[in-house]
Design a binder for this molecule. Structure first.
Ligand SMILES: Cc1cc2nc3c(=O)[nH]c(=O)nc-3n(C[C@H](O)[C@H](O)[C@H](O)COP(=O)(O)OP(=O)(O)OC[C@H]3O[C@@H](n4cnc5c(N)ncnc54)[C@H](O)[C@@H]3O)c2cc1C
Length: 496
């Protein structure tokens, strides 16, 4: 095995594939890309977008359990794609650019140079690579939902050009025909083109980052150490990037000592600030067969305000032409094979959790505690209750009402705010958007892990590029933002 490269990218997922490809485009540069899972190339089970739910809980999914929750649902299982392309090879390809409001919030939080103007050129670079398409509006139940939202007063939005605001629309998808346009498809395929420039180490789980004093010099793989002359870029995602850092003795000192790891570099923010989009659900049984014409089952979305005076929607819905009973059925709520669902989610949830090590053994999954619905002001619960109520209001509109035989969950008996909350806490899910566990911030912020050039504070030659660097949660699905982070990271590296 070759053991010396210019750059090492750990994690060939969403952002990692972008970083590796852009670095290797430079003449004479040699990149090693380590990916825990297999290649996706030529694998139709991965590449066919409609198949995404079938990848859940398979060997291609890390399928992380979370810790018991004080106020939320502790049975949630967090899917994480384990193959080239990472979660972009597993997800439902709903495609949004980072909203300008959120980029301004990032900048104000210390991510200097991440405002809308500065980020736009990198969005444009992703646009040149990634195929974006709307689903053909063939699904008559989807069309009925769109009409019902209009009947409830929501304007129709075109998500490729309209800013994110209250309204309803068909989702833009990163796909070409029925094939997902993941980061690996858009940036790496065919893998053979990178011969001599990117060395792909698939099915290779990196266990540790090797330090020489303050300088990151290499990584420890199951086959031994591999070294980088220039830099090491961690792209393992919001759970596994903090895990790998902590396994390497980089993280909150007290916690590392608890699990018997020698502290190399105390950086308290690692594994803090775990963010997500918590999600509730209303399920209905349909009066007639739910149409099967669909690209990925969740083709429409709606944004709303739950209170006046906000600068961006605090509530988002996905509309699914399938029953979404993963968390309701185990709690005893009735279900069906012929139904549909609306899933309200809290776009800027305030609850914050942690990622910690279970032990010093790299094979152990991390200890993930989202602390869902624990924000002291109760913001997340309030938005969720408003979301369940608005879902029912949409269902009352004539265009959708004719499709409804009965509400299955929470069910008509659940009416008061307290009863709705009790239901939500038992059955909530995630939109699978963990972020924030190695947040980007200013030098004086002791909870920041990377600077605005994505360099790990206090160490040399080590950067992070993935969803873990989000300073705050963004109000839309985050996948394309991770592509943009990958582009940005590669640009910093080549510019310096
Ligand atoms: C089921 C599902 C549906 C989703 N749907 C959408 C959607 O429709 N739209 C949207 O915008 N977002 C969606 N998301 C979220 C979105 O896909 C993620 O936020 C985004 O892809 C995260 O990118 P990342 O670069 O941070 O990490 P990832 O894409 O997860 O990449 C991390 C990579 O690192 C690898 N890795 C981890 N640890 C190691 C290690 N120690 N050594 C080597 N390799 C390692 C992993 O195998 C993986 O390939 C969804 C996510 C899931 C799971």
């Amino acid at each position: 095995m070759k053991t010396q490269f210019d750059y090492i990218v750990v994690g060939g997922g969403t952002a990692g594939a972008v970083v590796a490809a852009r670095l290797a485009e430079q003449p004479g540069v040699q990149v090693a890309l380590f990916e825990a899972g297999p290649s996706d190339e030529g694998d139709d089970a991965i590449l066919t977008l409609r198949n995404w739910p079938k990848l859940l809980r398979t060997p291609l999914d890390f399928d992380y359990l979370i810790e018991p929750q004080v106020r939320g649902n502790g049975r949630i299982r967090h899917a994480r794609g384990k193959m080239l392309g990472g979660c972009s090879s597993h997800n439902s390809c709903i495609a949004f650019w980072p909203p300008e409001t959120d980029l301004r919030t990032w900048e104000a939080a210390g991510a200097v140079g991440w405002g809308p103007e500065a980020v736009r050129p990198f969005i444009n670079r992703v646009k040149e690579k990634v195929s974006l398409e709307f689903p053909e509006p063939l699904n008559s139940l989807g069309t009925a939902f769109l009409k019902a939202a209009e009947q409830a007063g929501f304007p129709v939005l075109y998500f490729d050009r309209d800013p994110v605001a209250p309204g309803v629309g068909w989702f833009m998808l990163n796909k070409k025909g029925h094939v997902r346009h993941s980061s690996s498809v858009a940036y790496l395929h065919p893998l053979a083109q990178w011969d001599g420039r990117i060395q792909f180490y698939t099915n290779c789980f990196v266990r540790q980052i090797l330090l020489d004093g303050r300088r990151a010099v290499g990584v420890l793989t199951p086959d031994g150490p591999v070294f980088a002359e220039r830099e090491i870029i961690l792209c393992c995602g919001a759970f596994d990037t903090p895990k790998l850092l902590m396994l390497s003795g980089i993280g909150p000192g007290e916690h590392l000592q608890e699990v018997g790891i020698e502290v190399q570099h105390h950086l308290p923010g690692i594994g803090q600030n775990l963010l997500d989009h918590p999600e509730g659900v209303v399920n209905w049984e349909a009066t007639r067969p739910v149409p099967q014409e669909t690209t990925q089952l969740w083709e429409l979305g709606l944004f709303a305000f739950t209170q006046p005076g906000l600068d961006a929607p605090d509530l988002m819905f996905h509309f699914g032409t399938e029953p979404f009973d993963m968390n309701t059925a185990p709690e005893g709520y009735p279900t069906t094979t012929n139904g549909f669902a609306l899933t309200p989610n809290v776009t800027r949830a305030k609850s914050q959790g942690t990622v910690r090590l279970r032990s010093a053994n790299p094979a152990d999954p991390p200890r993930i505690d989202f602390a869902y619905f624990t924000d002291p002001a109760g913001h997340d619960e309030q938005v969720m209750v408003a979301g369940i109520k608005l879902a029912r209001e949409l269902a009352e509109q004539p265009a959708l009402k004719q499709w409804i035989k009965q509400e299955l969950s929470p069910g008509p008996a659940v009416q008061t705010d307290e009863a709705i909350l009790a239901y939500v806490r038992r059955t909530a899910n995630t939109v699978y958007h963990p972020a924030g566990t190695c947040k980007m911030g200013a030098a004086g912020d002791e909870t920041a892990v990377v600077d605005p050039h994505l360099r790990v504070y206090g160490l040399e030659n080590l950067r992070i590029a993935d969803a873990s660097i989000f300073p705050t949660m963004i109000g839309v699905n985050p996948n394309l933002t991770c592509f943009v982070i990958g582009e940005r990271c590669a640009d910093f590296l080549s510019g310096e």
